[in-house]
Each structure stands twice: as C-alpha cells, then as structure tokens.
Ligand binder design. Structure first.
Ligand SMILES: *[C@@H]1O[C@H](CO)[C@@H](O)[C@H](O)[C@H]1NC(C)=O
Ligand SMILES: *[C@@H]1O[C@H](CO)[C@@H](O)[C@H](O)[C@H]1NC(C)=O
Ligand SMILES: *[C@@H]1O[C@H](CO)[C@@H](O)[C@H](O)[C@H]1NC(C)=O
Length: 284
C-alpha cells in the first residue's frame, strides 16, 4: 500500500462548498440534478493526518471523508449545513485505523459522524451534534465480504434535536461483517428522536434483502452515563439479527426521559445486562 503524508492546519479559513443549489434540486425530487456532488475534503490511503480548526460549510455531499487511512487526528473542526440538506454527513470514517476526533461541532442534514466497515481504534471525544442524524456505525452488511468495526469510543458527546443519538445500523442481508467493542460514555441528549438504537433490519422498500436477516454480529457495546431527554417514548431500541443476536450489551447509568416520564425500551435478539441504576424498565 502507498501512504502519503499530509498535514493540514486551517485555523482561520473556511471551506465553503456552496451546496445549497444542489440540495434544493435534490429536495425538489428533480431527476436532472448534477450527478453526485463533491465531498468537500477527502483523504484516501494516507497516514499521519492532522486537521486542526477547520470550518467546513454547506458541503454538496459528505464534508470530510477518511478512507483507508492510519493515524489521523481531527481537532477543533466545525461543520455547518442545513438540517434538511441531503447526504451531508459531517465526518465519514472507513477502512481506517487509529483515528481521533476531538472538540468538534457538527450541524448538518445527515450523520454527524458515520463509521463504515473496516474502522478500528476510533476515538471521538467532546463532540456536539445537531441538527442531523447523530453518530452512526453503519450502514453495514452492504456487501457480503466486509471488514468489521472494532474498538470505537465516543466520550463526552452532546446531541441536540437529532434524529438519532447513538446508532448501529446494518442491512438485513448476509455479510461477514461485525461490530466488536464499542463504548458510548458520558452522553447528553436533548430532545433526540431515537437516543439509543441498534437496527439490524435496515432494508428500505424491502428490496435486496432476500432472507431479511443480517449476517453482522454485534458484541460488547457499553452505554455508560447516558442522560437527557428523548423526543419519543421508546428511547432504547435493540433490534438485532435473528441469526446473529447481539451479545454483551451493557446499560450502565442510563437515564432518559420523555415528557418527564421514564422512557420505554424495545429488544429483539439482544443479550446483555443492566449495571447500576440503568433504566428500570429496560427490556434487556
Ligand atoms: C475547540 O475548538 C475551537 C474551534 O472550533 C477552539 O476555539 C477551542 O479553543 C477548542 N477548545 C479546546 C479545549 O481544544
Ligand atoms: C482502542 O483504541 C484506542 C484508540 O482509540 C487505543 O488507545 C486502545 O489501545 C485500543 N484498544 C485495544 C484493545 O486495541
Ligand atoms: C450516573 O450519572 C450521574 C448523572 O450524570 C452521575 O452524577 C453519576 O456519577 C453517575 N454514576 C456512575 C456510577 O457513574
């Protein structure tokens, strides 16, 4: 493999992709929008990357992509795009090792951080998300042959009005992919639609999911000190694969409310335990 070195320091400048015209075209459902759109900043097969103090505005597609990289530090980055802007993920990481994201604020229309196959040793600390779709591991099981996701930590995160908080998502399709060792620590939720969700039955329009079960095995996922408010009654959903049930799910000191009431939870094929003062009516 060929590695390039890259160092970026962008303390005062902003990357403005002026994506609003493309979003408007997509939102209008037009069939002749310009194809695709551009990722604002993308690194592939690179090593020792340092992105510091960058402001990324109104990307046409993903704002920052880390693909096939190693030893990456992203710090003090701000992403800003409209809450209804399509496919404008803040930071997407895949096939990469030892990526750290610190002190970052992401307001966008899609995932705050999306974590794809082959991500290992990812550390995210001090991040504010919203609007947007929250932090998501997935979608996985897109392909039959897929690298796993291993050792992901999210610590000191704040979600404000997002569609999801902490999500793990896989297609209901065969795959050798997996998720192993995830820690979600010290998280505050404000009016989040789906604060805690594992969805292994993703299959839009029921197309291309012949068996309707996911081959992805999810294990050892810790949720510790998760507080705040949910915008829906069922704030904790573990909808795991019937053939590869989730194992080692731990809820520790999880306390969420919906309209001042304790929230509900839903589990299918999920095994694990509650430690300490987690949600009393948890289904685990
Ligand atoms: C966090 O990042 C912002 C820029 O987005 C910077 O002004 C601030 O000093 C950083 N804080 C820490 C603790 O690194
Ligand atoms: C998990 O990843 C962190 C960096 O994010 C690293 O410091 C730690 O050693 C890794 N743990 C294991 C067991 O590999
Ligand atoms: C549980 O959460 C509360 C509120 O954030 C915190 O004060 C307390 O220290 C946590 N308990 C444990 C055992 O971590």
């Amino acid at each position: 493999m060929y590695f390039r070195r890259a160092i970026i320091v962008c303390a005062t400048s902003a990357l403005d992709a002026k994506g609003t015209a493309l979003w408007a075209c997509k939102l209008a459902g037009s069939t002749d929008c310009p194809k695709g759109g551009a990722t604002s900043l993308s690194f592939t097969n690179s090593k020792n990357i340092n992105i510091n103090g960058l402001m990324s505005l109104n990307s046409q597609m993903f704002h920052i992509v880390i693909n096939g990289c190693q030893d990456v530090r992203i710090q003090g980055v701000k992403v800003n795009a409209a809450g209804n802007s399509p496919n404008t993920d803040g930071i997407h990481v895949q096939l990469s090792r030892n990526v750290a994201i610190f002190n970052t604020s992401i307001k966008t229309g899609d995932d705050c951080v999306s974590i794809g196959p082959g991500t290992k040793d990812l550390w995210i600390e001090q991040i504010t998300c919203g609007p947007g779709h929250g932090i998501s591991i997935g979608s996985l099981a897109k392909d039959l042959e897929e690298e796993g996701v291993q050792n992901v930590t999210v610590k000191n995160a704040i979600f404000k009005g997002t569609q999801n908080g902490l999500r793990i998502k896989s297609w209901a399709r065969p795959s050798n992919g997996f998720v192993e060792g995830v820690q979600f620590l010290d998280v505050l939720m404000f009016n989040v639609q789906n604060p805690i969700v594992i969805d292994q039955n993703y299959c839009p329009h029921n197309i291309n999911c012949p068996a309707q079960v996911s081959g992805v095995k999810i294990s050892d996922v810790v949720y510790r000190n998760i507080q705040g408010t949910s915008a829906s009654a069922v704030a904790i959903k573990f909808d795991c694969s019937a053939t590869n049930p989730c194992s080692g799910i731990r809820l520790e000191n999880v306390s969420l409310t919906f309209r001042n009431q304790e929230v509900q939870s839903h589990c299918a094929n999920a095994n694990g335990k509650i430690v300490g003062s987690a949600q009393a009516n948890s289904c685990l």
